[in-house]
Design a protein around this ligand. Structure first.
Ligand SMILES: Cc1ncc(C[n+]2csc(CCOP(=O)(O)OP(=O)(O)O)c2C)c(N)n1
Length: 460
């Protein structure tokens, strides 16, 4: 107690000395010392109510040049209000939507969309959903080793892809195969990758769902969370340097926004004016971590301003809203060379992956509600039906057609030979270094000694 008392006495003495030595708002080696801002020091100067009512901070700022701090990056106004900025705004950032839950437009303020584009958005969302259902089952039957569904995020995948141009580069996380589907990657190509056969462009060296396509400007999935964010900024900067009429888009989850890569990427993009769209799929969970344990901010959208980046929050289960927002973001990125942050609010309606059981950490009723009442596909379907662009006959034909294609693709991919063992050692070095050669010799000798432990369908 005594020690505390003597410390606070020292503090008071120090304040008094500073008060005598420095005039208000005088520069110190530690920055500008706003003594007027200090409640104790300010209060004895303006004791009367009259004096306080005469005190007009705006008057000081406008009339006295000394009340403005000419700081690198721009002028900063001084204030005598000791105002600690609250942690969040009074109201959460609003969420832009076009269609209500019943598929009725609530506004005319959305991008006009051609019948063919709308129909393709619907077809591709249904294709994605069908692929997810059947490939997920194939994993459960032990035919593929792993799978990740996009259930509930079909509108995000397809409508965002529809708003881009083919020259734009895609930097996916792993829950955006729909963007690749939109660009023409076939169901068969997806199946080859999942089965890791010799037609897989990754030559079976990656886990299932790590798709990539040179042809479609789709950078290969890397499952290290958020690693794609700084890469997308670098690529966007290169596009700007080369005066290309294109941007990059990078997808990531709410979990990804907690990484250092996210913050570094936003800062670089803001400073370099890189034409990149940051697309956050805020689906409520990072595996079992809910957003309430992920950040204290109002989601991810508010982080854009912290880096000087424009941002919008959008209903991720509303295909028209996602399409409109990304189209607008692309305009800004390409014509103004500015990054934009889009936060799409959605819900991961499936498990995180085939290695997860999400009913262990969230109620089954909640999952069911999002799957039914907030399903993005049925909402969009109601809208295109009312537009007269889809009827129930076309719908059931479409669904059975896609189902057949996915089943057929599995049968084909399953029979295709696996890539040869030599492919494990190629494509990184022009001439394999000694250690790789040594490892190749070692594995070949081991297989020879223990053939029964190695798959027979991998050519040596
Ligand atoms: C750097 C890194 N840390 C941890 C993991 C393990 N991991 C894989 S997915 C995932 C959750 C990511 O959640 P989010 O970014 O919200 O995306 P979502 O799966 O919800 O789409 C984690 C922690 C990883 N792959 N990479």
């Amino acid at each position: 107690m005594a020690m505390l008392f003597s410390k606070s006495r020292k503090l008071i003495n120090l304040k008094t000395k500073i008060g005598l030595l420095l005039s208000p708002n005088m520069a110190t080696p530690f920055g500008i010392l706003g003594l007027n801002n200090h409640p104790h020091l300010a209060s004895f100067r303006f004791e009367s109510t009259k004096a306080q009512t005469q005190l007009n901070p705006m008057h000081n700022i406008i009339d006295h040049h000394s009340q403005v701090l000419n700081f690198p990056g721009g002028e900063v106004k001084f204030t005598s209000n000791l105002n600690i900025i609250p942690e969040t705004a009074e109201e959460r950032v609003h969420c832009y939507r076009v269609l209500d839950d019943d598929g009725y437009p609530i506004t005319n303020d959305f991008a006009q969309i051609e019948k063919e584009v709308a129909f393709k958005i619907y077809t591709d969302m249904v294709t994605l959903q069908t692929m997810d259902t059947i490939f997920y089952e194939a994993q459960r039957q032990g035919r593929i080793s792993f799978y990740v569904t996009t259930l509930g995020e079909e509108a995000i995948n397809i409508a965002s892809a529809a708003a881009l141009k083919t020259d734009d580069f895609i930097f996916p996380q792993y829950r955006e195969p729909g963007v690749l589907l939109w660009r023409g990657f076939t169901i068969q190509e997806f199946a080859h990758q999942l089965f890791g056969n010799k037609n897989d462009y990754g030559k079976g060296r990656q886990m299932p769902i790590h798709y990539g396509s040179n042809k479609h400007n789709y950078i290969t999935v890397a499952s290290t969370v958020a690693t794609q964010l700084p890469q997308a900024v670098g690529a966007a900067y290169a596009l700007k340097m080369d005066a290309k009429n294109a941007c990059t888009i990078v997808y990531f989850g709410d979990g990804g926004s907690s990484t250092g890569d996210f913050h570094a990427a936003l800062n670089f993009a803001g400073v370099l004016d890189a034409p990149v769209i940051f697309f956050c799929r805020n689906n409520g969970f990072a595996i079992s971590t809910p957003v309430t344990d992920q950040f204290r901010s109002d989601g991810v959208v508010t982080k854009g301003q912290g880096y000087g980046i424009r941002s919008i929050r959008v209903d991720g289960n509303d295909a028209l809203a996602v399409f409109t927002a990304v189209q607008e973001a692309r305009k800004i990125a390409v014509s103004e060379h500015k990054p934009v942050l889009v936060e799409a609010l959605t819900y991961r309606a499936g498990h995180h992956s085939t290695s997860d059981d999400s009913t262990k950490y969230r109620p089954a009723t909640e999952i069911e509600w999002w799957r039914t009442a907030r399903d993005p596909i049925s909402r969009f379907k109601k809208w295109i039906e009312r537009e007269g662009w889809l009827n129930s006959e076309a719908e059931s034909e479409l669904r059975s057609n896609i189902r057949k294609q996915v089943l057929q693709a599995i049968q084909v991919a399953e029979k295709v030979e696996k890539p040869p063992i030599k492919d494990v050692f190629t494509d990184v070095y022009d001439v394999p270094p000694a250690n790789l050669q040594e490892q190749e010799t070692f594995i070949r000798e081991t297989i020879k000694r223990n053939p029964q432990d190695y798959p027979t369908d991998v050519p040596l």
